[in-house]
Structures are given as structure tokens and as C-alpha cells.
Design a protein around this ligand. Structure first.
Ligand code: G1P
Ligand code: ZN
Length: 589
């Protein structure tokens, strides 16, 4: 035993200096890049939010390399000497793809990569870091709310120097480059660990190349502290001598927000230890589908419904840009209402007191509740196509402060992405200010503004051909002179079509045009039906049907019951069942 201990000790003494020397040499040693011939893949067209495919697709030889090289080529001369942020939601294939990015970036004369520890950075944190460090852009490794793990999805998205997703012109250019790529540059011998914070320097082709690994939360928590009154929020969450703690339950769905929730809510704001679940990021999200809605965040909804101690529940998606808010007893706040309530109460948040409140915006299918707030507060209001990238120009031009999408996205001009944690902090600020429950706040809001009932039916993984045929059928109704003025009746309610079109948008800042953004059927009473094909799925086609109806008088009726006639009419107009063979949607939100 003594001999064994002695030998182990000697081995350690020998091993460490040896490893140290090897490391020191490898850092000083100049690495050389090579050029690898490749051929294009035809399918690298970024969708609503980056390129999303099954992991197996990204794992094909040259596939990820081609796409990364094309992203860098699209930046032209700006790549040389630039700094990029790299990180994502930690899903399967993150580590492998970061290794590829490090090797390709170094070979393409990028000067520095700033990478989240273990590759973790929420999408809003990437946006913030790009802005704080004044970088050329960032590469976000996520398929957002799509399931993760070796059998599921991976994604790569490029964000530009304002911190927001690349606009259409750039993603079109990246796609074009992927279609004609012949070679990529790579430094095959560059091994760089990114598990712990620190700076590592390399010499590649005689140039300096730096990798800085950072804590994923440090920059982001500073930003949140500059926006919200943390003292007030901490009093709310941890309670004071005169008021009991406000109990929240936050579900990170094993996505990246876990590390942010732990630091911000549990450590900084003193929220109860049992107020956060699924906070360890897992590469397959623990088989949870990390999409915060009533279907996939059911566990949270059930817990809050069953345990009356919880005053507010919130869930986030894999990369932390989406949020769902529910009140006591699981009182559901639609994202369209959430946006309107926040818009109506921005003055209680310090950031808006100093920066002012400019315009509001929502994506076209989002319920129009926020429009009424804009009208009352006399603010500019914008309706943009689906996808956060359409908000960026308006924010940069100082015309937009707050925006959102019905797909559980809310955010402001503090960054150029939607921001789940921000949304929860905004809600808590409003609650602390008004001293009212979530339900009371909503009811007061509806009393003032009336209520927009909203629901979305998703038909996931339909046959692409069937989905396209259905969209063509709807398109043909636009040209049909008999469509406008047509009556439809269901459950004793009659709706008359006032207008039908395919939404197109002209960006007020750069006049760029986005066409074919969804079929809109507008009725005489202001109700709307919208049909779109999803641009974020990785296989088949997902049909989204959005149903929106406005009631002027205060009403608290069940949304699904109120909207049923319009849903039936929506199915009748589109002939969805006949085209797809689907009897029921996969998800209702
Ligand atoms: C979906 C949402 C859209 C959101 C996008 C990225 O896109 O509908 O609002 O911006 O995810 O989170 P879709 O699949 O509908 O193209
Ligand atoms: Zn997301």
C-alpha cells in the first residue's frame, strides 16, 4: 500500500509538469490552417429563425463546416480581425459545433471568439453581449423550443452587430453561398477547451487568435440590474416584515435559463429554493419538449393549479427567449394580453423612466390587444411579419420600445431578441407596483380596453404537399371575386368576410419588402383568421391557424368557447381536414 501511494505521488509529480510544458508549447506553437474541398448541400436555407435540422443532418461530413464558412463569407472583409460571440442552449451537438466554429473562425482570420462557459448562452444574453462588446455579431447554437438530443433538432443562427437576428437580405446571401461553396478553411490541430472561464491565445498562420470563455450570466445580470429595481423585486420575492413573500414557480424545462434563474432569482432576489424547477441544462432537455405553452409546460400548469401557495408561474423555452405567464390557480395570460399589460404599465420600470417609451409593435398574427393601448397612450404602433428580425430596424431607429409575438415572445429595445427572463421581471415589477394579483391585473385591463380573444391551432408534421395545396386553395380565394361579402355561420354566429389578402410588409426604415407572410381573412366585426406555414420546423410542414376576435364589453368567458364558431369557420374556409386528413390540431395555445 505504501509503495502504491509513493508511486501514485511520483506519477502526479511527473504528470503535471509534463502536461504544463506540452500546453505551453502548444500555445506558442504556430498552427496552420488548411483548405478543404467540399460540395454544396441544397437544403441550408435559414427559416424564421436560423437553420434548423435534425442533429443527424448537422453531423454529416462537411455539413456544419459549409454553413459556418458561408456565414463568415457573407460578412466579407469584416470577418478579418473581428470578434464574435458564440453560445447556445446547450443541446446535443453544441460542443462538436463549437469545436468546428473555433477551427473555422481561426482559419478565416477572426481575431477573437467570446464563448459562454460550456457553450451556454441564452439567446437574449448573446444579443446583449454582442452589444456590450461591440462585436461584429454572434453565432447562436439553438433550435429554440424544438426538442433536443441526438434524435432531435439542432440549429445555427447568425446575429448581426445590433444584436438581432440577421435580416432577410443576409440570410438569403448565406443561403446563396451555401449553394455554391467549393471549399472551407479550417485549423485542424486547434484544440481549445471551453469548460472554464479564462483567456487562451493561439497563433494561427502567424496571426493572433484569442478565445475568451466567460460566465454566461455576468453580463446579463448587470443589464437586468440596469433595467429593473432589484431592491423592490427582492422585497416582493423574499417578503418583508409587513408582507409575505410572493411565491413564484419558474420552469426552465432543462434549457439554458436554468443558470440565469439560479443566479438571478434564487441567489440575487432571494426567491425560495423551491421556486425553480428543471434548472440544470441538459443536452436533451431531459426529454422535455422545451416549448412554454399549456401543452408542453403542463407540469408547471398542474403544479400551480394544485398548490394555491404559488402566486405566479412562468416557463421558458430551450434558449430562453420565450416565456409563458400564469397566475394563481394557473390563470393563463395569453402572450397577446401579456404584451398589452406590460405596454400599459411600462412607467413602473426604471429603464423606461429614463429611456422613455417610443412605439409598440407586434407580429401580424398576434392579437391586437396592444394596439388599443398604443392608441390610448398615443404611441406609434407597428404590425410586422412573424419573426423577431422584423423589429430590429424600428428599434435601431428609436421608434420602438416594446414588442411581442403570440408565440410566447415578449421583449424591448434593451436588446434585439425577445427575452423570457426580462418578461418575468417586467411582470413582477408591475405586480410589485400595483400590489394586485395577475388575475386582477388582467381583469382591470379588460375592463378598460375590452378583450381580444386569441387562440392558435397547430397541425404539426403534415405532409408538405397537402399543406401547400391548402395554402394554394386559400390563395385562390384572394383572386375569387365572390369571397369578399361571403357569410359563414357556426353555432348560431355569423361572420361576413370584409377582406382577404396575403400579408406583405414594407420596412419603414429601409423599405425592404417581405411578401407572402400569411393569408389573412378579415371579418366585418374585426375578427381575423390567419393561416401560415411554420418556418421553424425541421421536418414536414406545420400549419398554423390563428383565430382572433374582439369583445368590447368586459367579459371573462372561456376563450376556447368564445372562439369555437370562428375555429369551425376557419376549418370550413381552408378545407384543412380534407387537404390534410387531420381531425384535430396537435397543439392548441
Ligand atoms: C415560430 C413563431 C414565431 C417566432 C419563431 C421563433 O415561427 O411562430 O413567432 O418568431 O418561432 O421563435 P414559425 O414556426 O411560426 O415560423
Ligand atoms: Zn427560443
Amino acid at each position: 500500500k505504501i509503495l502504491n501511494n509513493y508511486l501514485t505521488l511520483k506519477l502526479y509529480q511527473f504528470h503535471y509538469p509534463f502536461e504544463f510544458i506540452v500546453r505551453a508549447i502548444s500555445i506558442r506553437m504556430s498552427l496552420t490552417s488548411i483548405t478543404v474541398p467540399t460540395t454544396p448541400f441544397g437544403d441550408q436555407k435559414p427559416g424564421t429563425s436560423g437553420l434548423r435540422k435534425k442533429v443527424a443532418v448537422f453531423m454529416q461530413k462537411h455539413y456544419t463546416e459549409n454553413f459556418i464558412q458561408s456565414i463568415l463569407d457573407a460578412q466579407k472583409d469584416k470577418t478579418k480581425g473581428c470578434t464574435l460571440i458564440v453560445g447556445g442552449d446547450g443541446r446535443y451537438f453544441t460542443t462538436q459545433s463549437i469545436n468546428i466554429i473555433i477551427r473555422i473562425a481561426s482559419a478565416n482570420a477572426v481575431h477573437k471568439l467570446i464563448i459562454g462557459r460550456r457553450g451556454l448562452l441564452s439567446t437574449p444574453a448573446v444579443s446583449s453581449l454582442i452589444r456590450t462588446h461591440k462585436c461584429l455579431g454572434g453565432i447562436v447554437l439553438t433550435a429554440s423550443h424544438n426538442p433536443g438530443g441526438i434524435r432531435n433538432d439542432f440549429g445555427i443562427k447568425y446575429n448581426i452587430e445590433n444584436g438581432g437576428p440577421a435580416p432577410d437580405q443576409m440570410t438569403d446571401e448565406i443561403y446563396e453561398l451555401t449553394g455554391k461553396i467549393k471549399e472551407y478553411k479550417i485549423t485542424p490541430d486547434l484544440d481549445c477547451d471551453f469548460q472554464q472561464p479564462g483567456v487562451q491565445q493561439f497563433e494561427v498562420d502567424g496571426r493572433e487568435f484569442v478565445v475568451e470563455v466567460i460566465d454566461p450570466v455576468d453580463d446579463y445580470i448587470q443589464l437586468m440590474k440596469s433595467i429593473f429595481d432589484f431592491k423592490k423585486l427582492s422585497n416582493l420575492l423574499s417578503g418583508t416584515e409587513t408582507s409575505p413573500p410572493f411565491n413564484v414557480l419558474l420552469d426552465s424545462m432543462n434549457g439554458v435559463t436554468g443558470v440565469y434563474v439560479k443566479r438571478i432569482f434564487l441567489e440575487e432576489l432571494g426567491s425560495n429554493q423551491d421556486s425553480a424547477v428543471h434548472i440544470i441544462p441538459l443536452d436533451n432537455f431531459g426529454e422535455i419538449h422545451p416549448d412554454p405553452n399549456l401543452t408542453y409546460a403542463k407540469e408547471l400548469v398542474d403544479k400551480v393549479r394544485e398548490d394555491s401557495k404559488f402566486d405566479l408561474g412562468a416557463a421558458f423555452d430551450g434558449d430562453g427567449d420565450r416565456n409563458m405567464i400564469i397566475g394563481k390557480n394557473a390563470f393563463f395570460v395569453t402572450p397577446s394580453d401579456s404584451l398589452a399589460v406590460i405596454a400599459n404599465n411600462l412607467d413602473c420600470i426604471p429603464y423606461f423612466q429614463t429611456h422613455g417609451v417610443h412605439g409598440f409593435a407586434r407580429s401580424m398574427p398576434t392579437g391586437a390587444a396592444v394596439d388599443r393601448v398604443a392608441q390610448k397612450l398615443n404611441k406609434e404602433m407597428f404590425e410586422v411579419p412573424t419573426g423577431w428580425k422584423y423589429f430590429g430596424n424600428l428599434m435601431d431607429a428609436g421608434r420602438l420600445s416594446l414588442c411581442g409575438e403570440e408565440s410566447f415572445g415578449t421583449g424591448s429595445d434593451h436588446i434585439r431578441e425577445k427575452d423570457g427572463i426580462w418578461a418575468v421581471l417586467a411582470w413582477l415589477s408591475i405586480i410589485a407596483h400595483k400590489q394586485m394579483s395577475v388575475e386582477e391585473i388582467l381583469k382591470e385591463h379588460w375592463k378598460i380596453y375590452g378583450r381580444n380573444y386569441f387562440t392558435r391551432y397547430d397541425y404539426e408534421e403534415c405532409e408538405s404537399e397537402a399543406a401547400n395545396k391548402m395554402m394554394n386553395h386559400l390563395e385562390s380565394l384572394i383572386d375569387d371575386k365572390n369571397t369578399v361579402g361571403k357569410n359563414f355561420t357556426s353555432c348560431g354566429k355569423t361572420y361576413v368576410i370584409k377582406q382577404i389578402d396575403n400579408f406583405s410588409y414594407v420596412d419603414p426604415i429601409d423599405n425592404s419588402v417581405a411578401k407572402n407572410q400569411g393569408i389573412r381573412v378579415l371579418f366585418e366585426d374585426g375578427s381575423r383568421l390567419i393561416y401560415r406555414l411554420s418556418g421553424t420546423g425541421s421536418s414536414g410542414a406545420t400549419i398554423r391557424v390563428y383565430i382572433d376576435s374582439y369583445e368590447k364589453s368586459e367579459t371573462t368567458a372561456d376563450a376556447q368557447a368564445i372562439l369555437k364558431p370562428l375555429v369551425n369557420i376557419g376549418l370550413e374556409i381552408s378545407k384543412l381536414k380534407a387537404f390534410t386528413g387531420r381531425e384535430e390540431p396537435t397543439v392548441i395555445t
